[in-house]
Ligand binder design. Structure first.
Ligand SMILES: NC(=O)c1ccc[n+]([C@@H]2O[C@H](COP(=O)([O-])OP(=O)(O)OC[C@H]3O[C@@H](n4cnc5c(N)ncnc54)[C@H](OP(=O)(O)O)[C@@H]3O)[C@@H](O)[C@H]2O)c1
Length: 245
């Protein structure tokens, strides 16, 4: 895996994963919305061993740009082996309950933009008959809770979308990887009180990188979220409605 596009490259989880590929001498095409943060990440990855680092600013909501972005990445890198889609926002649940505009914004950032980019990547990779598409979803997408069901349902939407896409591409040599992190210490969760369940981006990054290399369809990070979510998904809906977590 030597030529990788990373969307949301300034994300803490994306950066930690990109450092692993940089150390292996990969060439990277980084996309993020903040030019200064993007320049800092690009410089860091070059120092850490990336063969080539190209970067481009883009707001994830500019859905009509993705075809050109994928083409540009493939041109700059002289090919494309894999993509990691990592951008996202932790939606303000209460604001979304009061504003349809906010609700649509959150779905555009967390779901529609991921679907749009993955659609362009799928078409590019299936034409060349190889490639890996990895997207960072969340354990939250496994069940909607009152505290975050807007964010959770946007992640559930990409889980379902990428499951179908993975099935569509399974015989074409293209792998689709859904990464489901639990609680991760990052700027997105800076305001949260931390507990023993929290992981660092550096701790989960090797698992994310390994899943991309192997083409693992669904990976929970850390692993213990798989049994936790199995239990949470198994709670009968009638009982679940009465719970307050
Ligand atoms: N942290 C957790 O506990 C956790 C758990 C499960 C899943 N996740 C998922 O993991 C992924 C990475 O999050 P993280 O924890 O690494 O948090 P993070 O460091 O805050 O990263 C979020 C990234 O998304 C980017 N972004 C947000 N809106 C964007 C937009 N409209 N256009 C372009 N980029 C945009 C941010 O860009 P700026 O730098 O410009 O703000 C930032 O790079 C997200 O998809 C998140 O939902 C996180």
């Amino acid at each position: 895996m030597t030529k990788i596009l990373i969307m949301g490259a300034t994300s803490a989880i994306a950066q930690a994963t990109a450092r692993i590929f940089a150390a292996q001498g990969a060439s990277l095409y980084l996309i993020a919305r903040d030019p200064q943060k993007l320049a800092d990440v690009a410089a860091d990855l070059k120092i850490r061993g990336a063969k080539n680092v190209f970067s481009r600013t883009l707001n994830a909501r500019e859905l009509d740009q993705y075809r050109q972005v994928v083409e540009d990445a493939a041109t700059q890198l002289a090919g494309l082996d894999a993509a990691l889609v990592a951008h996202g926002t932790l939606s303000d649940q209460q604001a979304c309950e009061q504003s349809i505009d906010r609700l649509v914004d959150e779905f555009t950032t967390n779901a529609l933009s991921v679907m749009a980019l993955c659609t362009e990547l799928a078409n590019y990779f299936s034409a060349q008959k190889h490639g890996t598409i990895a997207a960072i979803s969340s354990v939250a997408g496994d069940r909607g809770r009152k505290s975050n069901y807007v964010y959770a349902s946007s992640k559930a939407a990409i889980n379902c979308f990428l499951s179908g896409m993975g099935q569509r591409l399974s015989k074409s040599g293209v792998k689709v990887v859904v990464v489901k992190p639990g609680f991760v210490i990052s700027p997105m969760t800076a305001a949260f009180k931390k507990s023993a369940l929290w992981a660092t981006p550096t701790a989960i990054a090797p698992v994310v990188a390994q899943a991309m290399i192997r083409g693992t369809p669904v990976v929970y990070v850390p692993w213990f979220w798989r049994p936790i979510m199995l239990i949470i998904r198994a709670i009968p809906e009638r009982l679940f409605r009465r719970l307050s977590f």
